[in-house]
Design a protein around this ligand. Sequence first.
Ligand SMILES: Nc1nc2c(ncn2[C@@H]2O[C@H](COP(=O)(O)OP(=O)(O)OP(=O)(O)O)[C@@H](O)[C@H]2O)c(=O)[nH]1
Length: 304
Amino acid sequence: MVASCLLWPQLAYAMARWSQDSYGVEKRNLLIDSAIAGMWVPLLHFNLLPSVVLVTVTTFDKLSSGMRRLWLASLPGLFGAAALVTLLLRPPLQLESSLLVVICTLPLLVVHTLSSSIASYRLIRTVSRQNKMLELLRRTDAQTGLFAREHWQTQADAALQRFHATAQPACLLMIDVDHFKSINDSFGHLAGDQVIAQVGELIRNTVRAEDCAGRFGGDEFAVLCQNLVIADASPIAERIRAQPLTLRLPDHPTLRLSSSIGLAAAKPGYTNLQAWMAAADAALYAAKQQGRNQVVNVPLAALP
Ligand SMILES: Nc1nc2c(ncn2[C@@H]2O[C@H](COP(=O)(O)OP(=O)(O)OP(=O)(O)O)[C@@H](O)[C@H]2O)c(=O)[nH]1
């Protein structure tokens, strides 16, 4: 009793803790656990309550370990040990449990159930926290901390649907760093990466809390201004355009930056996000054609 209840758990823990192959040792320890439980069934004279509790608890441990089919692998050891001890000692059969046996079995039942429930609760909390973290990472562009393209598009799509349903205005800004390729060529790719990170930060610090700023890929960014008509979104676009002009990288003091921005308000003619983005892209293209470092609105006359 002392060996299996007090010594074996300590020994099993120490072996798993100090082994190079902790997983393999722990798996083997769990199988030995089952064999020890099986050994106890004849030693308890097959007394129904403690025997069933012992076998159930031991098998539950194999299932809750998460190791594939471990519970199945533990059965030969469990029944084998029970059969061996039965053959060697030929214990009498005493199925009925006295009140004393019931009382002595209860702590195992209660402690095991509670500790398993607490372990499951903690595991579920950890998994749910990690899922939230994964979702956040999926939504975020690692280089800038802005929303990643897919999440930004989902938000913009929802804003366009709202506009169609309730006429709640929204504006879309497509932003592109000017001559970014020559920044890469002249100052190196690392400097280009720093520029992307800094421009992302400038955009994040310039937009309102309810706006949705995302990185579209490369040196292209997009901002969704919710609940704003074009006249109110224009100053935000102008502020975003002005910010990179003042940006200085300590490692590259001669580097100068500017950006071009295309601005398009949601309109009934934009039946899907692609149409809205194409309009903002056309305005961005016009800004590039007209000399860069400027904001171009989709002209009212050109609106569908
Ligand atoms: N450093 C860096 N470069 C990138 C990254 N993603 C894309 N690029 C480069 O960015 C450049 C994009 O250039 P474009 O936007 O097409 O052209 P541009 O030089 O900015 O010229 P305009 O847009 O016409 O002003 C390409 O050379 C890409 O290889 C990135 O994450 N880091």
